[in-house]
Design a binder for this molecule. Structure first.
Ligand SMILES: [Zn+2]
Length: 114
């Protein structure tokens, strides 16, 4: 997986060093949140098999929002939801990712079940 984000910000010519530091940190955290979203999306794309029957034929059925609290702020993730073309069950691949993360980190903000 390869994730790429870019940073671009407007800094006032009159800004002090601490103001620059503050603005750059905020922009950096925004880029980190974007990188995490991209990483999750790419990870989702690699999970092709239905967790119920193993079939690889699936159809995208929209997205489910989840807000997670990370070390670089709250990230709103649009989890992809698929329907298996063999057993017709639905699943969000990213849930598996969130579950192991939650186990490692303790309670986090959960929004909307899949
Ligand atoms: Zn299935």
């Amino acid at each position: 997986m390869q994730v790429q984000v870019s940073l671009k910000m407007e800094l006032a010519a009159s800004a002090s060093l601490s103001q620059m530091e503050q603005q750059i940190q905020e922009a950096g955290q925004q880029a980190m949140r974007e990188a995490l979203k991209q990483a999750i999306r790419q990870w989702e794309e690699l999970q092709v098999s239905c967790p119920h029957c193993g079939e690889k034929q699936r159809r995208l059925e929209g997205t489910m929002r989840r807000v997670i609290a990370t070390v670089f702020g709250r990230v709103q993730v649009q989890r992809r939801r698929f329907r298996c073309q063999a057993c017709q069950r639905r699943w969000c691949p990213a849930n598996e990712l969130f579950l192991s993360w939650q186990r490692a980190r303790g309670p986090i903000a959960w929004r909307a079940a899949c």
